[in-house]
Write a protein of this length. Sequence first.
Length: 277
Amino acid sequence: MIGSVVALKFGVFAEQARLLMNYQQPGLGRWGESFFSTFFFHIHPFITLAAAASLVIAWRRRDLNYAVICWLVLLVLVFGIRRSRYILPTLPLLALMASYGLQRIERKDVRKFIVYLTVIISLGTAVFAYLPFARRTSAMNLKDAGEYLNSRGIEAVEVITLPLRDPVVNPSVAVPLLDLFMNGSIRYRYERGLFPPPEDIKTNALRFSWEFKAPAYYAAGPVPMQRTAIVVISGEPTRTVPPDMAQRIRGYSVFRRFEAPRDPFRYKTIVDIYSRQ
């Protein structure tokens, strides 16, 4: 059955294999996290230890059914796949392995204590460590700008993305993120010539951003209304406005900038809003 599916969709599988060899494989060779960091820091140690114990338990029991839940996790270890984002699909199976190992503990109250403690610590880490860090990244400026536009009742916006002097990522990918947080319509003309991709586009880690294509409904744009605004997205503060942009913002009297906070990433997201109200 699997062979039939591959034969029917051979072109799709061949393209994926080509992408894996030409793009993913060179990327894996550049950097990666250690297994210790992934399985003991990003994942609760109790889960990893229980999963490791389950390997011994299943081996002693000669339980062939155990192979159903462990083969993909073992594949990650055998091939040395060290990027956390590629390990994510295996985590549900790792949790099943951990539950298999916890069954060896006879006392039900001890099993419950371990599970509850794992959940509480994991949620605490997410809420008090990861969430505050995420809120300190400059991408939050898009969320704040969207909420600001909603609070002012802006019905339509024209978005301008400014090219960067040292481009790390295509700033145009920020437009759909802004759209996620605002209620009004967006008009955006994506000019590919303003954002030339880097020379190493074939193996660039942010290749997806340079292959961005603006949806047709952005190009069509909203009908100009009374409650409109112009949103300028850039990667650095703009002290001087380009002449063509100055012409477009003429008549927009209210200015608001979202540029805090400063995060450790090379690419920053700064949002300037010009409105008539």
